[in-house]
Design a protein around this ligand. Structure first.
Ligand code: ATP
Length: 376
């Protein structure tokens, strides 16, 4: 539905002009990103502060003029640097919700939502009756129906956030652009709103681009995630893929926690790869892109895939032993740090298994949970 091709944005245009075409010394906030957003999808741009998420979103919205690249929506060209096309933001017809949800404080809840329809150009503006119907509908789906006549400022934070959403939805936008819309809410409300937003997006079959630096928010809500780092996309995939098969060290580190071991490939048989590390050999199964024998790789193992036990199991692959150094109880899970020589391996278990520091233990890792990340 939406296609973004080779999008670049530098805020440093004068340096670029001085440098000329062949010696570009500009710094790029977005350094060339490509992606497609499909119909009905919630597509997330995820990455640390300053990686270029907002700049990418604002470029799609028409609020920033990209330095180069092309943006199309269903075949309609919104921006094309080469052809000199740059459609005005107001003509792109997107619904936008930002971190500061900026509802209109002097208006009622109803008026906040009806206003965008009332100020539409005369040719497009719906009649009074249709306005009432459409506002009623979006207030219902955002569960604000019973607050219609209340002043907007007399709503809780979560309700104000839903109002911002209702106001963006009422114009029936083809695409919603959401920039950290939950970041002003307290932790508990943020969690509830994640599910509400996801429900709304599904029920209304909305297509949305969602910007966040919060990896758990991205994992919960997204159809697909693009992980960004320093103005570039490191990986695009479904949440489970991004989590279980990180393509780069950055992705593995940014999403969740992981144990990392450096190793060298000892053998490859189809999708089974044996890797020698300083601390012992590991076997990995279901390796999609098998590396070559002798190649350096980074092994990534999620803490919940480290299967800890007091007794050796024997007869299982990837079984190592060590000593518990630290134990941390976190309510629903317990983490153990196990020392293997100089290496520290983090395990995450059900709290039923709680082993005190100083205990000799054994652990194994199922070969399909051993992920090999190419060395950058
Ligand atoms: N108007 C501007 N003028 C100059 N530099 C800017 C401007 N806006 C953003 N930048 C720079 O561009 C880079 C990308 O910023 P951007 O806001 O897109 O990142 P982000 O990933 O959305 O970060 P955050 O999560 O902190 O909002 C940063 O280095 C930032 O300092």
């Amino acid at each position: 539905m939406l296609t973004v091709e080779s999008l670049k944005k530098s805020y440093d245009e004068t340096a670029g002009r001085k440098a000329g075409r062949h010696d570009d010394t500009r710094t790029y906030a977005v350094g060339g990103v490509d992606f497609e957003v499909h119909d009905g999808e919630l597509f997330t741009l995820l990455g640390p502060s300053g990686c270029g998420k907002t700049t990418t979103l604002r470029s799609i919205a028409g609020l920033e003029r990209p330095t180069s690249g092309r943006v199309t929506l269903g075949g309609r060209v919104l921006f094309d640097a080469a052809q000199g096309v740059n459609m005005r933001a107001s003509r792109r017809g997107f619904g936008m919700v930002f971190q500061s949800y900026a509802i209109w404080p002097h208006m009622s809840v109803f008026k906040n939502v009806s206003f965008p329809l009332e100020v539409m150009p005369r040719a497009k503006r719906p009649g009074r009756k249709e306005i009432e119907e459409r506002v009623g509908q979006v207030l219902d789906v955002t569960e604000l129906g019973s607050y219609a006549s209340r002043p907007a400022t007399k709503l809780s934070g979560g309700q104000q956030q839903r109002l911002a959403l209702a106001r963006a939805l009422v114009t029936h936008p083809e695409l919603m652009l959401l920039d950290e819309p939950l970041s002003n809410l307290d932790a508990k409300l943020r969690e509830t709103m994640r599910f509400e937003l996801k429900r709304l997006q599904r029920e209304l079959h909305l297509t949305a681009i969602y910007v966040t630096h919060d990896q758990s928010e991205a994992l919960v809500m997204s159809s697909r995630i693009a992980v960004m780092n320093q103005g570039r996309i490191e990986q695009i995939g479904k949440p489970r893929e991004i989590y279980t098969k990180p393509a780069t060290r950055f992705v593995a580190e940014f999403i969740g926690t992981s144990n990392f071991l450096e190793g060298t490939v000892a053998s490859v048989h189809g999708q089974e790869v044996q890797v020698d590390t300083e601390h012992g050999r590991l076997v990995a199964h279901e390796v999609d892109k098998a590396p070559a024998v002798g190649e350096s790789v980074l092994v990534s193992i999620r803490p919940e895939c480290v299967d800890l036990s007091r007794q050796p199991r024997g007869n299982v692959p990837n079984e190592w032993s060590g000593k518990v150094l630290t134990r941390a109880f976190m309510g629903d899970v317990v983490d153990h740090i196990v020392g293997v020589g100089k290496l520290e391996i983090r395990n995450r278990s059900n709290p039923n298994l709680s082993i005190p520091p100083g205990t000799e233990v054994h652990f194994s890792i199922a070969p399909d949970k051993v992920t090999l990340v190419p060395v950058d």
